[in-house]
Write a protein that binds this ligand. Structure first.
Ligand SMILES: Nc1ncnc2c1ncn2[C@@H]1O[C@H](COP(=O)(O)OP(=O)(O)OP(=O)(O)O)[C@@H](O)[C@H]1O
Ligand SMILES: N[C@@H](CCO)C(=O)O
Length: 324
């Protein structure tokens, strides 16, 4: 359940009246997501013909000082024709407002549903849109440091400590060594852009094989484009039992390269970057696991899924590029 703050009808109406979107018709809390409160908002629309929006209240983890980067990036990409929601600015031109001491933003509603078992065609489409997004972001003026870089992941895992990691699963402490190796990888020489950095299927809206929306840009940062491709690969190209789906992997990379071919250094490093990308989710999930009380309503995400994926990448090596 992801509505942490209850906003009453009068409060919501007053908030919506600060925007040129017509009057509030309905507001429904959205259950998906765990980080922020989200509502699906219906209004009479700027033209009086009805309109839908997403209202997000930033609850935790997000620094207020990062909002101009996140929301500015949405506007920049949307202007360039990428399928991302634009931010609706209020009458004063602000992309976000403060409500009860928390930032809120009104965001364009995009159609589509997130695939649960993606097809190769869908993986290919996501690869193309990811590359489009990278190219479109290159002249975005703002920058943001990646707070989930490979060295950051090592710090997270070390802070959890081998004993507490072993309490989650006896196989987890063995990831400290690989996290140390990943932290040594130098991605600074690789081409950079603004990257999504968390492009799981639940952050992509699709209608059939068409990508209608990339959402949840709250880990976006300035980073290596190959890292974004590897992260998307780790998130998309496995079945429910964490077995590698080479057909999805090949389709994702081919889709990406049909728009932006990887450079020689990116190709050479991609198998190692994929291992680091898997560790990123081992680290964040392990930390979340330890931070979430046993009786919390939120379902914890299993870090061992990404331990399994790390092992797949370790075995695959260069075969990461193979179709079978
Ligand atoms: N622009 C949009 N258009 C349509 N639906 C959206 C949009 N943004 C968000 N949603 C819907 O709201 C849900 C929650 O959004 P989101 O994933 O951004 O929440 P979150 O709490 O920030 O997520 P997370 O738990 O992944 O950090 C999505 O699964 C999607 O159904
Ligand atoms: N998408 C991430 C959560 C955000 O870090 C995961 O599935 O672990």
């Amino acid at each position: 359940m992801a509505v942490y703050t209850h906003l009453g009808a009068e409060e919501l109406s007053a908030l919506i009246s600060q925007y040129d979107v017509g009057a509030l018709v309905s507001a429904k809390g959205i259950a998906e997501g765990v980080s922020n409160s989200n509502w699906l908002i219906e209004t009479t629309g700027p033209e009086g013909t009805g309109a839908r929006y997403i209202l997000t209240m930033y609850e935790r983890r997000i620094e207020l000082s990062d909002l101009p980067y996140f929301l500015g990036l949405l506007d920049h990409l949307s202007e360039k024709g990428c399928p991302v929601p634009r931010t609706i600015h209020d009458r004063d031109g602000s992309a976000y407002r403060m409500k009860r001491g928390k930032a809120v933003a009104l965001i364009e509603f995009l159609p589509g549903v997130s695939p649960t078992q993606p097809s190769p065609e869908q993986a290919g489409a996501v690869g193309r849109v990811l590359a489009d997004m990278h190219l479109a972001s290159r002249d975005f003026a703002r920058s943001r440091t990646n707070t989930m870089s490979f060295p950051d992941n090592l710090v997270l895992l070390e802070r959890c400590g081998a004993d507490r990691l072993a309490r989650i699963d006896p196989g987890l402490p063995s990831m400290l060594g690989p996290a140390r190796a990943a932290a040594e990888l130098d991605l600074s020489r690789l081409p950079h852009a603004s990257i999504h950095a968390d492009l799981f299927p639940d952050n992509v809206l699709m209608l059939g094989e068409q990508v209608t929306g990339l959402i949840d840009f709250y880990f976006a940062c300035t980073g290596s484009m190959a890292l974004d491709l590897a992260t998307t690969h780790a998130a998309w190209c496995f079945d429910r039992e964490n077995r590698y789906r080479a057909d999805l992997g090949a389709a994702l990379i081919a889709g990406y390269e049909s728009v932006r071919p990887l450079g020689a250094q990116e190709r050479e490093l991609l198998p190692e970057i994929a291992k680091g990308a898997a560790l990123r989710f081992v680290a964040s999930r392990a930390e979340d696991w330890l931070d979430t009380p046993d009786d919390a309503l939120v379902t914890r995400k299993d870090p061992m899924q990404f331990v399994a994926r790390w092992h797949v990448y370790d075995d695959l090596g260069e075969k990461l590029f193979d179709r079978t």
